[in-house]
Design a protein around this ligand. Structure first.
Ligand SMILES: Nc1nc2c(c(=O)[nH]1)N[C@H]1C(S)=C(S)[C@@H](COP(=O)(O)O)O[C@H]1N2
Ligand SMILES: [Mo]
Length: 156
């Protein structure tokens, strides 16, 4: 059975604030955002994720998804955000909940987040299944799988 939260329960979890940028794969970046929400680490602690879990599939609305290794998910700057720059998220930017993964291309920052799936084996998300990079490090310009400079499973 998946662990679920009502919106009220979810909003009562301890919050964290992170700063970061979004790097879209189509070559725009938008810098110096702040997001407030629940730290990814808080969720992992609450659900007692098994040590065998090595990957996380981030599920958005309407079948959108993205995959990241659990080490990348557990970075201090990964947050399940309800607020952007001190204001509630707008629908366009993912309200009521989006994940923000500043160290990966922004397609991994799934908007309208519905759930997290912890997996032993990696599983491609929506864009990854179309040939986008699995690792998606914007500093290495890993846009497409053919440009990956790093192995699929690596420390962030
Ligand atoms: N659910 C969902 N999340 C998504 C997307 C999407 O199409 N659906 N697009 C991604 C892409 S490609 C980018 S660049 C960012 C854009 O975030 P913004 O709208 O807050 O700028 O959202 C990401 N998250
Ligand atoms: Mo994007």
């Amino acid at each position: 059975m998946p662990r679920t939260w009502t919106w009220a329960e979810f909003q009562s979890l301890p919050t964290a604030k992170v700063e970061g940028d979004l790097h879209c794969v189509t070559r725009w970046s938008s810098l110096d955002h702040s997001w407030t929400g629940i730290a990814a680490r808080t969720i992992v602690d609450l659900v007692a994720v098994k040590p065998a879990a090595s990957f996380v599939l981030l599920h958005g609305d309407a079948g959108y998804s993205a995959n990241i290794p659990i080490d990348a998910f557990l970075r201090d700057n990964v947050v399940l955000a309800t607020h952007h720059d001190g204001q509630l998220l707008t629908p366009e930017h993912g309200a009521p909940l989006r994940i923000v993964v500043p160290d990966r291309y922004a397609w991994k920052s799934v908007k309208w987040l519905r759930g997290l799936e912890f997996l032993e084996q990696d599983h491609p998300g929506f864009w990854e299944a179309f040939g986008y990079s699995n690792t998606a490090d914007p500093w290495r310009e890993e846009r497409f799988a053919t440009e990956d400079q790093t192995a699929d499973v690596r420390s962030p």
